[in-house]
Structures are given as structure tokens and as C-alpha cells.
Ligand binder design. Sequence first.
Ligand SMILES: [Zn+2]
Length: 279
Amino acid sequence: MALGLLALGSVSARAYKRATVDGTTDIYLYWSVRRVDYYVNHRGSEDVSLQEALGAIRRSFFTWAAPSCTDVYFNFAGMTTTDRSNLSSPQSDPDKKNVIIWREEAWPPAGATDDGSVTSDMAALTVIVYNADSGEIIDADIDLNGHDFFWTTTDDKTKSATDVQNVVTHEAGHLIGFAHSSVPEATMFGATPQGELDKRVLHQDDLDALCTVYPYDAPTPLGPDQPSPKGEVQGATGCAAAGGATARAGAVTALLFFALAALALAGARALRRRRRRAR
Ligand SMILES: [Zn+2]
């Protein structure tokens, strides 16, 4: 029976994708701890109240922690005054604080590499610093584009512009190591139309990813040549290996960028301009 189930699992179609170490196809990015702390920049968003923003962000993370198949969980560690993110600061020195920050003044934010890869049609970017040997995630930050997008938290689709929970639920999937899915209905699909709320709720494809990669009381499956995390997997010291990586700077840490592209951006920009004029 067990064999039968395994065989079924191995042939069933799956569309989710795990992020991999750059240049490899089977060294997966993952957290070697199941408790992931995150901080929110104290300024929040210009478009919604801090309370609304925090509520939406917390619901976004809870969505990934709620299914009983997993024991991954996210701890809101508090507000932070830091403006640093992996996008705006050099990769060689990650602060190991997972930060969610709106960028209102400029997109890409000051300090980011301005090589044209960060474009104004990106509603959000998650940038992951990881150990390039093991795939262990060291630091993952989410930058939200407040410069070009108008953010909302309403449940009313007809009034929604760029929904905080819709986008952050998607970005939270990146933060734990998922790449874009090919299923258009999935939370991890890489584009969002204006007003979309559907990504707030995980699709079966997202659940397949979550339950496979962070199974309850069981280790994360790794690629065939992927080294296991050093020492104890669980607990607060899980970043020990990452510490070594950071000390060796750029040699073993690497960055991965994920952007959530917006569909129908023209509408978003018009809304943004109207709002700015009204101020
Ligand atoms: Zn994305």
C-alpha cells in the first residue's frame, strides 16, 4: 500500500517549483529551521493604516502556517526602523532579519543595483540570501513597491487595487523557498492582475509544495547532491552554518531575486498618480 502511494505520488503532475541555488537544478533553497521570524518596517505603507497593513501581513504568513500538514511557522518579531533589505544593501553582509518594507520614495530603492533588472511593473520583490553550498536560506526580505502601486486591504474586489495580503502571501512563498508555479490559479503564479484577491488563499498546488517541503515533524527533502544542514536542524541555532557563510562573504552566499509582475499596470499607475495629486 505504501509503495502504491509512493508510486502514485511520483507520477502525479506537479507544477510548483522550488527555488534552487543559482547554476544548479537540484540544490534547493530552504529554511533549516521551522520557525521563521519576520519584522515590518515601522513606516508601513502610505496607502493603508499601519494596523491594516500589519493585519494583512500577519494573515499572509499565517496562511502558510495554518495547514496541518506542515509545522513551519512565522513569528512576527516586531517593527523595525531599519531601511536595509537584501535589495538595497550589499549581499555580503545580510543582517539576518527578514524584513518587509514598503518603498515609497523610489523603485528600485536607493542602494539597489540599478542594472535595469528591477522595473516599475514589479509590485514586490523578495530577495533571498542563501548559502550557495547547502541551499540554506540565511536572510529573506520583501520589498513592496509603494512608488508605482496603490495598496489596499479591502475585501471588496471592486475597490481593491494592489492587495497587501494577496501580494504578501505570494512573497511569503518565495521567502520559504518556492519559485513560480505554472498553475495560473496558484498563489505562486508569477503575475497578478489589479484588484486580485485570489492569491490570499492557497491553491492545491501551493499546498503540495508546502506539505512536501516542510512536512510536519519530518525533514525537508533535499536534492541528491545537497549537503544536509550541519548540526541540529531544529531550534534557534539553525543559522550556525549561515554564520560561517557570511564570514566568508560573497564566496558562498548568493542572492536570488523574485519579482511579482503586475498585469494591467497602466491602471495601477493612474490610480497612484490620482492619489499623489490628491495629497
Ligand atoms: Zn513571485
